[in-house]
Write a protein that binds this ligand. Structure first.
Ligand SMILES: N[C@@H](CCC(=O)N[C@@H](CS)C(=O)NCC(=O)O)C(=O)O
Length: 193
């Protein structure tokens, strides 16, 4: 198996941590520079026309989108499926992640996303609401185990810290979750810094 990705992507890191959790080591991590390196971009496009990482190559197949790759790996290694509430948590994490990536790419494109613009405001509002819902879920103990949604939450929080995209310090349960899981298996080895 080959995982096409980058060291900085939170969507890729969650799968690298899932591989650690499953104790799967017989895969190659292909670290791509999808924006600046034309060969890397071509390799990605050839495998995933949506031009996003991660993508997983397994035998003749290429699977893309982290959520689909997670389902694929779960089936392949006969792991239990997520519960519906866990699926919802994953949707919240993905929504926050997607909005923050949009804001990050807009900033890299030279736009000031603090301006009062419809699209920017929608993203900021979604980030606020999803972080609040995740804080409430953490408070209810829904991230006490290091399951896949917890891995995804950790990757989101560490990425917003790394890129300085959102200050979640006022959200005490998320801060505690972040601190408690810092030394988990694979976290240091996959640190994007
Ligand atoms: N829904 C996708 C999102 C993946 C995604 O947004 N990846 C980013 C890197 S963190 C990317 O490749 N962006 C390229 C682009 O937007 O052009 C997933 O879960 O895999």
């Amino acid at each position: 198996m080959k995982l096409l990705g980058s060291t900085t992507s939170p969507f890729v890191r969650r799968l690298r941590l899932y591989f650690v959790q499953l104790k799967i080591t017989d895969f190659d991590f292909v670290n791509l520079d999808i924006f600046a390196n034309s060969e890397d971009r071509k390799l990605l496009t050839d495998n995933n026309p949506a031009q996003k990482v991660p993508a997983l190559l397994d035998e003749e197949q290429c699977i893309y989108d982290s959520r689909v790759i997670f389902c694929y790996l779960s089936q392949k290694y006969e792991q239990p499926s997520l519960t519906w509430p866990q699926e919802n948590l994953l949707t919240l994490i993905d929504a926050a992640n997607d909005s923050l990536i949009s804001l990050f790419l807009l900033t890299r494109s030279g736009l000031d996303t603090r301006e009062d613009r419809f699209f920017f405001n929608l993203q900021h509002e979604r980030v606020e609401k999803t972080f609040l819902a995740l804080e409430q879920a953490a408070n209810k103990g829904e991230f006490e185990q290091w399951h896949y949604p917890a891995i995804c939450l950790y990757c989101l929080l560490d990425w917003v810290e790394f890129r300085q995209l959102y200050d979640f310090n006022p959200l005490a349960d998320l801060v505690e979750f972040y601190q408690v899981n810092t030394n988990n298996s694979g976290v240091k080895e996959t640190d994007p810094r």
